[in-house]
Design a binder for this molecule. Structure first.
Ligand code: BG6
Length: 528
């Protein structure tokens, strides 16, 4: 992997970016703002052009106008007018149906014209921001018109958005379809979680700090928790979500990315395949779930009405495009074991859900107790253990909690925190999370993209759960109130093991307050 500051050539190579589904949300919300950020940071080649392709009735001119009106709403920082003028001059639009061979001829002509005008050296990549049913047909048609050919040093790549399949079989089929036309090196399966700064930092944190890695194993770690909690509901995506559910939508992709980054062995280099081999090994080492484990180690839930951020909100079944008797899960919690030397016996608890109490994505490493309780004759009844939390969002940072004596004449212990906050140290970045991934595709670095075998390994873990859940529909949905931390079974999943979820609320003091209130922390969260 080319870590930015070490990269000898950080600027993306000359190319044309073709966006399938260009009239959709992703283009204006993420892709164009990300490209503008790259351009303003000097990381986008001057030899660059964009061709939008979709069925909507735009021309190049009206498409440019639409983006000019819309982008300021979504860009994280004001866009320099000169830069935007430069940018719009290289945006083109082709109207066409994804299944119409003639439209691909028009697309090809437009790409060639843009290539000549902006000297993009024949390089191109196709971003498939479309419904998954179009992935295979689009790639097939691109192949038919010769747009996927790589010759005379020109490259052609395809970025595929999630969901990559809806189960193991469909993921295998999709891989097979794509490989009829493309080589694995041309396929960039994107997972936007890997564009998040703290996710990438997990590797740097682990492998560049000698005090961390020796502790990162079964000898010191009691268990690991990975949470991706959202306060939003399904928003306007009810139709899609009904066919997906929380398990498919978040676990084999985003949560497994966090899991593999956390649990992988050190790679021998940051070469793309070295890193991805180590991630794949983790997925292969996950103990397979039999029907019994699915019943005991998995929890599913669906939100009913409730209060989120002081607002009353409707239950999932009352959301637009959702069946009134829907059994789609909006919450999932699971416990898994990784059968390898490093992690044997250390449970990993994963959970994700919509309409939860707080937006928080984090990885929690809960360390074991000290081997000998020296304080048993003091008033300290219950010693807390060290906890390391990697905060992915909304705040990015790392905190380490440890025991300290609360000042005073009696022995009173408290848990205090050392906080590293990205924004405080490095300032806030105007990032959408897509900058890094787009640039990596332009320079041909696939480290942060999923390989075919990783996708299939992820689905292999999930498939038995899908099967059992399909055979045994839930009887108690909705089973958690919007604004809570999910169904009580999720709490019990950990309680049975004598553990509890790390909810920011547990500590009685939010992380943001802690930074300001550091000195008093020991008292507030202390145990006596
Ligand atoms: C998407 C899911 O992939 O990730 C959404 O389809 C989810 O349902 C989103 O809300 C979460 O992304 P982020 O970056 O907001 O955590």
């Amino acid at each position: 992997m080319s870590l930015n500051h070490l990269d000898p050539n950080p600027v993306g190579a000359p190319c044309v970016m073709v966006i399938f589904g260009a009239s959709g949300d992703l283009t204006k919300r993420k892709l164009i703002p990300a490209l503008c950020n790259l351009a303003s940071d000097g990381l986008l080649s001057k030899q660059f052009a964009i061709v939008g392709f979709a069925a909507n009735d735009y021309t190049t001119e009206t498409f440019r106008k639409m983006l000019t009106d819309e982008i300021p709403k979504y860009s994280s920082s004001p866009i320099d007018q000169k830069l935007w003028n430069w940018f719009t001059e290289r945006i083109y639009y082709v109207k066409g149906d994804f299944n119409d061979p003639h439209a691909y001829q028009l697309l090809k002509e437009q790409i060639e014209e843009a290539d000549k005008r902006h000297n993009t050296l024949g390089n191109k990549f196709f971003y498939l921001a479309v419904a998954p049913r179009f992935f295979s047909p689009i790639v097939k048609r691109l192949g038919e018109v010769g747009l996927t050919k790589e010759e005379e040093g020109h490259w052609a790549r395809v970025i595929v958005e999630k969901p990559f399949g809806h189960d193991l079989e469909s993921a295998k089929q999709l891989n097979q379809d794509l490989k009829q036309v493309l080589t694995e090196n041309q396929i960039y399966r994107i997972d936007h979680y890997l564009g998040k700064e703290t996710v990438q930092n997990l590797m740097v944190f682990r492998f560049s700090n000698n005090i961390i890695e020796p502790l990162w194993n079964r000898n010191y770690v009691d268990h690991v928790q990975i949470t991706a909690a959202e306060t939003v509901g399904v928003e306007h995506r009810g139709g899609f979500y009904e066919t997906a559910g929380a398990l498919r939508d978040m676990v084999p992709n985003h949560l497994f990315q966090l899991l593999t980054m956390t649990a992988m062995e050190p790679p021998i280099s940051f070469d793309a395949d070295e890193v991805r081999n180590k991630q794949a090994e983790v997925l292969h080492a996950i103990q397979p779930f039999g029907p019994e484990e699915v019943l005991t180690c998995m929890v599913r839930g669906q939100y009913g009405e409730g209060t989120v951020d002081n607002q009353r909100v409707v239950g999932y079944r009352s959301e637009p495009d959702v069946a009134r008797d829907s059994n789609t899960e909006t919450f999932v919690a699971l416990k898994l074991q990784i059968d390898n030397w490093r992690w044997a016996g250390v449970p990993f608890y994963l959970r994700t859900g919509k309409r939860l109490a707080q937006r928080e994505t984090e990885v929690v490493i809960q360390f074991r107790r000290t081997p000998f309780v020296l304080f048993r004759n003091t008033s300290v009844r219950n010693l807390e253990t060290n906890r390391l939390v990697v905060h992915i969002q909304p705040d990015e940072g790392i905190s380490l909690s440890f025991g300290a004596k609360v000042p005073g004449s009696i022995m009173k212990l408290g848990l205090v925190n050392m906080d590293f906050d990205y924004a405080t140290y490095f300032g806030t970045e105007h990032s959408t999370g897509y900058e890094r991934l787009l640039r990596d595709c332009m320079v041909g670095d696939p480290t942060l993209f999923q390989r075919a075998d990783m996708v299939e390994a992820g689905w292999s873990v999930i498939q038995p759960i899908l099967d059992v859940w399909h055979a045994l529909p839930p009887r108690d949905f909705p089973n958690y109130a919007a604004g809570s931390w999910g169904p009580h079974e999720a709490t019990e999943l950990l309680e049975r093991d004598g553990r509890e979820w790390h909810n920011a609320g547990n500590e009685g003091l939010g992380r943001r307050n802690r930074a300001a209130d550091g000195a008093k922390t020991a008292d507030r969260v202390g145990i006596a």
